[in-house]
Design a protein around this ligand. Structure first.
Ligand SMILES: [Zn+2]
Length: 90
């Protein structure tokens, strides 16, 4: 096996492993549940074709109170109160 092939396999392998390690690391630092990490409000799950295809194990969320949008881990959901009013504070 030529040295060029060995070099490509080793450094290509390190490149792929780095991507996998970063994905696993960032997955575990994502907040769990449906609470907004910015204002602790309840977020809504939104559909994002790219993120849901690329990372189906995360929850694409949008906070209607502070307009934050991002990714959360699946976790316990906040129970909905039937008397809760949905208002947006400026
Ligand atoms: Zn928020």
């Amino acid at each position: 096996m030529s040295e060029l092939v060995i070099f490509s396999l080793v450094f290509g392998g390190f490149f792929v492993l780095r991507g996998i390690a970063a994905t696993v690391f960032f997955y575990f630092i994502l907040p769990e549940g449906d609470r907004c990490p910015n204002c602790d409000g309840v977020t809504l799950r939104v559909q994002s074709k790219g993120w849901n295809t690329l990372l189906p194990f995360v929850r694409t969320s949008w906070c209607y109170e502070c307009d934050w949008h991002g990714l959360l881990r699946h976790g316990p959901l906040t129970p909905v109160s039937p008397t809760r009013e949905f208002t947006k504070t400026p």
